[in-house]
Design a protein around this ligand. Structure first.
Ligand code: ACO
Length: 320
């Protein structure tokens, strides 16, 4: 019998502090009008000094575990996608495991920047399909506020903090129909945090830098191609997609992707206006919102697609 994996619970968490574009007008030379017209962003959430990625991950995971109707000790595998881990090691997944009060199951981080959640889901799907684990917890948690130059108006207006989580369960039918993952490391300099820890000091600049227009063009191309790839692999047409949940970086990237696919924006879940770009967390945050408000229903096709630093990009097609 073929084994598949199915999402049986979703959860998310946003820090309580909200930073609006008007707040940013007092910090850098920008305007609400510039940020909104160029990106579609009005506000973002920012973690408290005491909140780390594992804390955001814990809050989102608890909700997903509750929605799945299981206990933390039922989880056979924990995968956390993050670019902003609590520390160099242990992994944020191990920190999360301890905070969930469970032990013994494997726990590891995935580093694929804004594609981290689709990479994590792709990896966990393979483990669940192998029959080894009954339940897997896949989480994406980010505190980008810690890696931004708050004096650089070209980057600090774009990002926010947050976390999203799903519980995967073995099932006789999909569930996850396909995962397609890609990377091209030759673009490393286009979007990076070029710093690390070495010899007891920070080496290089540990703040996000990017070539915005190259990222923009690459994202539109990659998101279009990866959607076509998922549809072709499953012998589906654009009209078969009930919901598209793309990475939430910029509403203009999302609109261009939908247009390329010939998909109405009414079928696209967007949160970028309220959350900004929460990197790996943006897709599970949007997924949880659309599940909880009843937009996503049993039997529907949901296409998740991510693109981010690396470059990395990929899709997960789900029959809900
Ligand atoms: N407020 C006011 N003016 C600004 C701001 C700001 N916050 N930021 C930049 N500007 C200025 C620039 O200095 C430039 O001025 P100049 O013409 O005098 O030099 C002007 O605005 C126009 O800048 P452009 O780069 O041409 O603006 P564009 O329309 O391309 O939008 C943006 C820039 C929003 C960064 C866009 O390129 C973008 O969204 N790129 C994708 C980046 C992204 O999403 N990165 C996230 C990580 S990757 C990912 O998640 C996929």
């Amino acid at each position: 019998m073929t084994i598949y994996s199915r999402i049986v619970g979703t959860g998310s968490y946003l820090p309580s502090k909200i930073l609006t574009n008007q707040d940013l007008e007092r910090m850098v030379d920008t305007t609400d009008e510039w940020v909104f017209t160029r990106t579609g962003i009005r506000q973002r959430h920012v973690a408290a000094d005491t909140e780390n990625s594992s804390d955001l991950a814990l809050a989102a995971s608890r909700k997903a575990i509750e929605a799945a109707g299981i206990r933390p000790q039922d989880i056979g595998l924990i995968v956390v996608a993050t670019t902003t881990p609590d520390m160099v090691f242990p992994s944020t997944a191990c920190m999360l495991q301890a905070k969930l009060g469970t032990k013994g199951c494997p726990a590891f981080d995935i580093q694929a920047v804004c594609s981290g959640f689709v990479y994590g889901l792709g990896a966990a799907d393979k483990f669940v399909r192998s029959g080894q684990y009954g339940y897997a917890l896949v989480v994406a948690a980010e505190v980008y506020s810690r890696i931004l130059d708050w004096n650089d108006r070209s980057t600090c207006v774009l990002f926010g903090d947050g976390a999203g989580a799903v519980v995967l369960k073995q099932d006789k039918a999909p569930g996850i129909m396909s995962c397609h993952l890609h990377a091209d490391g030759s673009y490393a300099d286009v979007l990076s945090v070029p710093g690390t820890v070495s010899g007891g000091k920070i080496s290089g600049r540990p703040l996000l830098q990017m070539d915005g227009s190259t990222v923009f063009k690459f994202a539109v191309k990659a998101l279009g191609e990866v959607a076509e790839e998922a549809l072709a692999a499953n012998h589906l047409q654009t009209s078969d997609i009930d919901w598209l949940i793309p990475h939430q970086a910029n509403i203009r990237i999302i609109q261009a992707t939908a247009k390329k696919l010939g998909l109405s924006m009414e079928k696209v879940v967007t949160t970028v206006e309220r959350h900004a770009n929460t990197s790996a967390a943006s897709i599970p945050l949007a997924l949880d919102e659309a599940v909880r408000d009843g937009r996503i229903r049993a039997g529907q096709h949901v296409l998740l697609e991510g693109v981010g630093g690396g470059f990395t990009w990929g899709s997960v097609l789900i029959k809900w």
